[in-house]
Ligand binder design. Structure first.
Ligand code: KG4
Ligand code: ZN
Length: 368
């Protein structure tokens, strides 16, 4: 079956077509083929503002959505009548952005008479780990259940337990800022360009991660907190520049040398990664039956995190027989290929299509 997926939850307008075996004919690890994958990013627009402006994002989606879907069909050499289903991100995300994608998908589902599937954005990020890739020729190379997924993006920081396909239990979540948001805010303090994650990772390469010690938050259980870390960086920068704590954050960048910026970027990145790894270690103690550790979301592109995770979990805990999964770099950020993959596993798990006349957006609803 061929699924056209549409993603517009934040500032990427994306469409993709995925082909998989018909439901009922499949094994645990079906052979999936990505027929097209189109992403138009608004990142250049928002670099000028230092962050996403929801109103502009929605207008940009409106301009891009039809050409992007058209290109996804063209790249796959398909006509609308060749499709078996349409999938769309309906939650969570920016209200105006979600509306453009869902209204388009609803209209096309009615017009082309295709079943419509509504997909949660965090599910999609997790399912990026099932996408077919060149290096993943063997069907063995997909995560095994039960698994723990660490979802780390601009809007979320969660540990999710999955006993099987399409079953999600949130076992840890952030009490304040998301980790990606924290990367973006620290980058702003250091005067590094938006989006902050890749800028910090790049700048940190020349830095000393032990130069500025930063605290780990004391949060019970498997929950996270990142707003204190952001403030700790702010105070440490003010201190390093001999400035008063009332000095506004936007003033600080001009007082920092290039080496200081690199040292702060490296110190912050190392601390943020350590906090994630510590919680994952605790989660594995609580869920010792876990077979796979799956990373998902924009921040999972971070190489320092990938290296540290491999060191900690593949080497020291090899006795656990735990396997680590990271999405291919091109699928870490927002895209529709992962939405199509999530929809495929929804369909084969028996989820019924949604009414195209009634589908609502849910900008803040958690995964379930
Ligand atoms: O998943 P995503 O593309 O969008 C959301 O669903 O939020 O995640 C975007 C976030 C941004 O905060 C961005 O700064 C962060 O992912 N990010 C990174 C890296 N690449 C993107 N954070 C750390 N290291 C990276 N290499
Ligand atoms: Zn995302």
């Amino acid at each position: 079956m061929k699924i056209l997926a549409i993603e517009t939850s934040c500032d990427e307008t994306a469409a993709a077509i995925l082909e998989g075996p018909e439901p009922g004919t499949m094994s645990q690890n079906p052979c999936l083929q990505l027929l097209s994958n189109v992403v138009v990013s608004q990142v250049d627009i928002f670099a000028a503002y230092g962050g996403v402006i929801p109103e502009i994002a929605a207008r940009s989606h409106l301009e891009a959505i039809l050409p992007v879907i058209h290109q996804a069909l063209n790249d796959a050499h398909l006509h609308p009548q060749d499709l078996d289903a349409i999938a769309v991100t309906h939650a969570p995300g920016l209200l105006g952005s979600l509306l453009i994608g869902t209204l388009t998908a609803r209209t096309l589902a009615i017009l082309w008479q295709k079943p419509l599937f509504a997909v949660h954005h965090l599910k999609s990020h997790i399912y990026a780990n099932w996408l077919p890739t060149a290096s993943k020729s063997s069907l063995e190379k997909v995560p095994a259940f039960p698994l723990l997924a660490l979802v780390i993006s601009g809007g979320h920081t969660q540990i999710i337990y999955m006993p099987e396909h399409n079953h999600f239990e949130i076992i840890g979540t952030t009490r304040d800022d998301a980790i990606g948001e924290c990367f973006d805010k620290v980058a702003k303090i250091l005067g590094l360009p938006y989006p902050g994650g890749p800028s910090i990772a790049q700048c940190a390469k020349k830095g000393n991660q032990r130069k500025y010690p930063l605290p780990h938050p004391k949060v019970d259980d498997l929950d996270f907190s990142f707003s204190g870390l952001k403030t700790a960086v702010l105070r440490s920068v003010q201190n390093a520049c001999d400035l008063d704590i009332t000095t506004p954050s936007y003033e600080l960048k001009k007082h920092l040398s290039a080496q200081q910026k690199a040292d702060f970027a490296a110190s912050f990145q190392a601390t943020a990664c350590d906090i994630l790894i510590e919680k994952l270690e605790l989660a594995l103690e609580r869920y010792p039956e876990t077979k796979s550790l799956v990373f998902a979301g924009g921040v999972s592109a971070n190489q320092a995190l990938r290296e540290k995770a491999r060191q900690v979990f593949e080497k020291t805990q090899s006795g656990l027989n735990l396997r680590l999964f990271f999405p291919e770099l091109q699928y870490t950020g927002d895209n529709a290929a992962m939405v199509a993959t999530a929809a495929y596993f929804e369909i084969i798990s028996g989820v019924q299509p949604t009414d195209p006349y009634k589908l609502n957006i849910l900008p803040r609803t958690p995964i379930k």
